[in-house]
Design a protein around this ligand. Structure first.
Ligand code: BLA
Length: 514
């Protein structure tokens, strides 16, 4: 019964997704004891591929499955295995017209893992070197993080043919945003959509750091258990962290159904040992991708990860440069117009106060005169804000990315001013330079109608994807993209220079008067 069970936002983090005791049935699995090399567990679908039930294979050797020459090829590799997978093509006695398989082999948790994926032929998919060469060239040449991401999604889509390939970038709170996308023209764009951190729970993130690619070729599959489910040596299901066939969390499968996804493939993008983002590929219908091609996609993910810091540096340097240039121009305007009306210098010529760094709007409040630029709250709201600042924000430069969290009156202006930087001009109280940033959330539209609120897994109640989204939405509504350190620095510098210029102009006027 669901009664009495508590559902919390982090119960997803406790689902033991590394030991599902089951696989996805696009292949079959044999687990060998690493010492005896006997089969200790097999997936319950061996009959489909081999004509032999799992129960009969368990306890025996590989000779039951492989002809002597094929067995010799496999055994030559067994001793060399680690968590890094080895790939081998084999021909098995034809059953159901499937003679050829690729075996993906690794060693982990006391087990030698042999995962068999059926293939049409044994020839390795030719490595398209010219394609890779051109792709790498484009990635190297990209002049910004966004351009770099766009090339990457274009390449992954060209290689794999998924209906949609997106880059999903994590924020500091582990929620994320789709920042690049390549898709079929008839699909709705996801660009700019934000998703909560709970969509990818902690243990899944930890796993995607170890294993660079997660592949779910048919989100509508029925899980196939291992026979027996528990490993005889450990007494529990074996740890499938590195197994490609690892069965998927039922909650995530519900999520994929909600999204209208028939297949997904996800490539980790890693920076400084942390997940920076993921390339997520979706297909409306089930879709198989060969192991070789998945390997190539991993290679692209690793290349991306290796080059990412250089692209971020380009972005930062360029942004910093733009800010400095615009600041100097702004200071010139202010100096020139300072004699008559220094507010004109801030607001009338390009760049204005609003153009120095990225924001939605800006305002100058000077000696009871209020000038607004871009999209801002109403004059009344700004005056209320200033009254609030005078009472609650003594610092020279105050900033927030969620004003409504500090003052409920902020709720009414969240569309223009969830984020605020306020620089007080020293001499008279009530004089401020203000920058505004809008609320950032663009909410997701779920595919299909899944009104179920709770999901039951092994008798435990878990938060459902939709429920998690609703709770997160309430948390992050009223929140703007965070102010970056370069922007806060710029605001401080503008405040100081403006006071400086005003002082000089004042002194000049004084001396002219004398
Ligand atoms: C896994 N969730 C994932 C994965 C992605 C997302 C990419 C990796 C597996 C895959 O490739 O499908 C989420 N996918 C997204 C997001 C986008 C996308 C945000 O394309 C945006 C564009 N999910 C929930 C809740 C839980 C949950 C509430 O919404 C908690 C119970 C769980 N998500 C969950 C789990 C996994 C997962 C357990 C791991 C699946 C696995 O590898 O077995």
């Amino acid at each position: 019964s669901l009664l009495g069970a508590t559902i919390t936002l982090n119960n997803c983090d406790r689902e033991p997704i590394h030991i599902p005791g089951a696989i996805q049935p696009y292949g079959f699995l044999l687990c060998l004891d690493e010492h005896t090399q006997r089969i200790v567990q097999a997936s319950a679908n061996t009959e489909t591929y081999l004509g032999q039930p799992a129960e009969r294979l368990v306890g025996g050797g590989l000779d039951q499955v492989l002809a002597p020459d094929q067995q010799a090829k496999v055994e030559a590799l067994l001793g060399t295995l680690s968590t890094a997978p080895k790939l081998l093509g084999v021909r098995l006695a034809p059953v159901a017209g499937q003679p050829y398989f690729k075996i993906i082999m690794h060693r982990y948790d006391g087990v030698l893992w042999l995962e068999f994926e059926p293939v049409d032929q044994l020839d390795e998919a030719p490595l398209d070197l010219p394609f890779l060469n051109a792709a790498l060239g484009q990635m190297l040449a990209a002049g910004s993080v966004l351009e770099f991401c766009q090339h990457t999604v274009d390449q992954v889509r060209a290689l794999t043919g998924f209906d949609r390939v997106a880059i999903y970038r994590f924020a500091a709170d582990e929620s994320g945003e789709v920042i690049a996308e390549a898709k079929r023209d008839d699909l709705d764009p996801w660009l700019g959509i934000h998703y909560p951190a709970t969509d990818i729970p902690q243990q899944a993130r930890a796993m995607y750091l170890k294993n660079w690619l997660r592949f779910i070729p048919d989100a509508g599959y029925a899980p196939v258990p291992l026979v027996p489910v528990r490993n005889p040596a450990s007494g529990r299901p074996p740890d499938m962290t590195y197994a490609v066939l690892r069965s998927v969390s039922p909650i995530h499968l519900e999520y994929l159904r909600n999204m209208g996804s028939g297949a997904t493939m996800t490539i980790s993008l890693i920076q400084n040992g942390k997940l920076w983002g993921m390339v997520t590929c979706h297909h409306l219908t089930p879709r198989l991708v060969s192991y070789e091609l998945r390997d190539l996609c991993q290679f692209i993910g690793k290349t991306f990860s290796a080059l990412l810091a250089s692209k971020e540096l380009l972005d930062n340097t360029e942004y910093q440069l733009r800010i400095s240039e615009r600041q100097s121009e702004l200071f010139e305007h202010v100096t020139v117009s300072g004699q008559t009306n220094f507010v004109d210098g801030l607001c009338r010529f390009f760049p204005t106060l609003q153009d120095v760094f990225d924001c939605g709007g800006a305002a100058v409040c000077f000696n009871d005169e209020l000038i607004t630029l871009g999209s801002t709250p109403t004059p009344e709201q700004i005056r209320d804000l200033i009254a609030w600042l005078q009472e609650h924000a003594p610092e020279d430069v105050f900033s927030t990315s969620s004003y409504a969290a500090l003052n409920p009156a902020g709720l009414a202006m969240r569309a223009t001013a969830s984020g605020i930087i306020a620089a007080s001009l020293a001499d008279a109280s009530g004089n401020y330079l203000l920058w505004f940033r809008p609320e950032q959330v663009r909410t997701v539209t779920w595919a299909g109608q899944h009104e179920k609120n709770q999901t039951l897994v092994d008798g435990q109640v878990f938060l459902s994807p939709r429920q998690s989204f609703e709770s997160w939405k309430q948390l992050v509504e009223n929140t703007a993209a965070p102010w970056r350190p370069v922007e806060l620095e710029a605001a401080k510098e503008i405040r100081l220079r403006i006071s400086d210029i005003r002082l000089k102009v004042f002194n000049e006027l004084q001396s002219q008067a004398r």
